[in-house]
Design a protein around this ligand. Structure first.
Ligand code: IYR
Length: 224
């Protein structure tokens, strides 16, 4: 061990049975996650969002530079600005910018340019990817594996929010440049996605299309 390292803490070896139970419990919990497009306006406390963001911030990242920034918005006026900008981009997308093959792929989801949930949901979390930064705020080092790192953090964020009993929508209005302006983030940051967070509306539905999941055999190969 060098003086730059400390002994590993926090890992406790589980029995085979404990591992099986924990793995199954996580599978069960994650299997019940659905992408939500109809949100209720029921508030969610800032503290819950903060805790989930802390969970996201534990993700592994290139050189531990943690190249992400989360802007959590509950302000009604900012949500309205985001809705107006997103709907304007989406109107162009659905009105001709998207190729027919893409629109065909989206048809089973029933999505369109109308995004009322951007105002109804109590929280929007704009996720930004930092091209430059470093492990300490204020540095200007090159960041590495930025997309992979921010994707991993976003995955943990969804897991945390879902585990806390909240519904999410990973929304990707394209292009997303307006998010940088509305959230007043620097040019060196790239909007990664917009996470819509809240309780599902009582009338929320799920497209049957979304329930078709590939089987283990289809998504994996074992070389043993
Ligand atoms: N951003 C658009 C279109 C869209 C694209 C994909 I790929 C989706 O999985 C869902 C929607 C929208 O949000 O409507």
């Amino acid at each position: 061990m060098t003086e730059d390292h400390l002994p590993l803490e926090g890992y406790h070896e589980l029995t085979e049975e404990q591992m099986r139970q924990r793995a199954e419990a996580v599978l069960n919990r994650l299997s019940s996650r659905r992408t939500i497009r109809d949100f209720s306006d029921e508030p969610v406390s800032k503290e819950i969002i903060e805790t989930c963001l802390k969970a996201a911030g534990t993700a592994p990242s290139g050189a531990n530079h943690q190249p992400w920034h989360f802007v959590a918005i509950s302000d009604a006026e900012i949500k309205r600005k985001i809705r107006i900008a997103a709907e304007s981009e989406e109107a162009e997308f659905y009105g001709g910018r998207a190729p027919a093959e893409w629109l065909d792929a989206l048809a089973p989801l029933g999505t369109n340019q109308s995004k009322p949930f951007l105002e109804t949901a109590p929280w929007l979390i704009a996720v930004f990817a930092q091209r430059r930064g470093g492990e300490i705020i204020g540095q200007n080092k090159k960041n590495y594996y930025v997309t992979e790192s921010v994707g991993l953090a976003t995955g943990l964020l969804i897991t945390a929010l879902h585990s806390a009993g909240l519904g999410t929508l990973t929304h990707t209005p394209a292009p997303m440049g307006f998010l940088r302006e509305i959230c007043e983030r620097p040019n060196s940051e790239k909007p990664f996605l917009l996470m819509v967070v809240g309780h599902p509306a009582e009338t929320a539905t799920v497209p049957k299309h979304a329930l078709v999941k590939k089987t283990l055999d289809e998504i994996s190969t074992f070389i043993i």
